[in-house]
Design a protein around this ligand. Structure first.
Ligand SMILES: NC(=O)c1ccc[n+]([C@@H]2O[C@H](COP(=O)([O-])OP(=O)(O)OC[C@H]3O[C@@H](n4cnc5c(N)ncnc54)[C@H](OP(=O)(O)O)[C@@H]3O)[C@@H](O)[C@H]2O)c1
Length: 343
């Protein structure tokens, strides 16, 4: 049994972590740490937790107690203030934010506009794309949990790139997110009156998740042009990614499907679909649903996830299970978790 600290447990992804930690059979106790909300009760913030959660107190982020493992769910830049000390103290850390995802200090500073103060940890962390199943978790105490768009996009793309990178001319991803992807801080463009009946693209050619996707694809030998465009949907939860690949020769659907089935043969949370997935199938779950469709020399991959679960806290729990040598599905398939409100 382990004791867990949830730093930033008062935010959207933190709230999902509280739900999972509350029912996880190997977590003996957890403490939630908040910033402005410290001193309040969790059920003041999230009234649906009343009579459900074990620990209702929100402690101050400045007074971290002793735990075996810490989840960090803070705005980018803030994890840099906690991770080095926790790792030096021998703690296990899973960072849900972007501070340790990129391997290069220079890339981080370029995309995040901040100095990276613990660059050694960029090298020693594991990028925790949990369903990829090929990372060695025994080498590290620090997991960089992937971003929500990269999770949906990479799970759809990697099996193809792994086998067919020579055939690729160009790749482009058009992705859509619900508003909870931006966290709980109020912003005018996220108000219902702005969002209702509306769709808009944002951060074109300038989204921080683009270098994260390219970094992982490069590991698989990918060096073709890649475009990534992100859109906001008038819904609260969900990521939908449609990736189009132009090929220099036709590849059969059967060959591609065989590859995907073998790539994900040990991945309980990836579901291959014979029609394009719908967000409704995955919202409230830790699943990523994927469909591939090829005609002549054009392949279209669609993938769908819940951004707060598979794109954040569910994957973080899966990473914790892998880090601790537990069954990776532990605490993630309970019906009670699937059917709770989502943001
Ligand atoms: N939302 C998603 O779909 C998603 C998916 C994947 C990854 N992420 C990443 O996960 C992290 C958390 O995202 P979120 O959506 O949960 O954010 P959020 O809802 O805005 O919550 C932010 C949390 O950080 C705390 N916090 C805010 N400002 C702080 C500061 N200056 N210093 C210390 N703590 C501060 C807040 O505490 P108080 O409320 O107590 O002030 C709250 O607990 C971000 O790095 C985000 O990029 C988010």
């Amino acid at each position: 049994m382990i004791s867990v600290g949830i730093i930033g447990g008062s935010g959207y992804t933190g709230r999902k972590l509280v739900e999972y930690c509350n029912i996880h059979p190997e977590i003996s106790d957890y403490t939630v740490y908040g910033h402005n909300s410290s001193g309040k009760h969790l059920s003041d913030l999230f009234p649906e937790f009343d009579n459900i959660i074990q620990n209702n107190e929100i402690s101050s982020i400045d007074l971290l107690g002793e735990h075996d493992l810490y989840f960090i769910a803070l705005p980018h830049g803030e994890a840099l203030n906690f991770v080095p000390q926790l790792i030096s103290a021998g703690k296990k850390v899973i960072d849900i934010g972007g501070d340790y995802r990129l391997d290069s200090k220079e890339e981080y500073e370029l995309w995040y506009g901040k100095k990276h103060t613990s660059p050694d940890l960029l090298k020693s962390k594991v990028y925790g794309l949990a369903d990829y199943q090929r990372q060695d978790y025994s080498t590290t105490n620090l997991i960089a949990n992937p971003g929500c768009y990269p999770t949906a996009t990479l799970l759809g793309l990697l099996p193809f790139i792994d086998s067919f990178s020579e055939e690729i001319l160009t790749v482009s991803t058009v992705a859509y997110s619900g508003t909870s992807g931006a966290g709980k801080t109020p912003k005018q463009e996220l108000m219902l009156s702005e969002m209702d009946g509306n769709v808009s693209a944002y951060n074109l050619n300038n989204h921080r998740h683009q270098p994260e996707i390219i970094q992982m694809m490069n590991i698989f030998g990918f060096d073709s042009p890649y475009s990534f465009s992100t859109h906001l949907l008038p819904i609260a939860v969900g990521i939908y990614a449609t990736t189009s690949i132009h090929l220099n020769r036709a590849v059969s659907q059967e060959d591609i499907l065989r590859k995907y089935k073998s790539f994900y043969s040990e991945s309980p949370f990836v579901r291959l679909r014979n029609i394009p997935p719908q967000l409704k199938w995955v919202v409230g779950t830790n699943f990523c649903d994927i469909n591939i469709s090829i005609k002549d020399k054009i392949l279209i991959i669609t993938s769908a996830i819940d951004n707060l679960i598979k794109g954040a806290s569910g994957q973080a729990i899966q990473n914790m299970n892998l880090l601790l040598g537990l069954d990776e599905t532990m605490g993630l398939l309970n019906k009670g978790v699937k059917n709770v409100p989502n943001y």
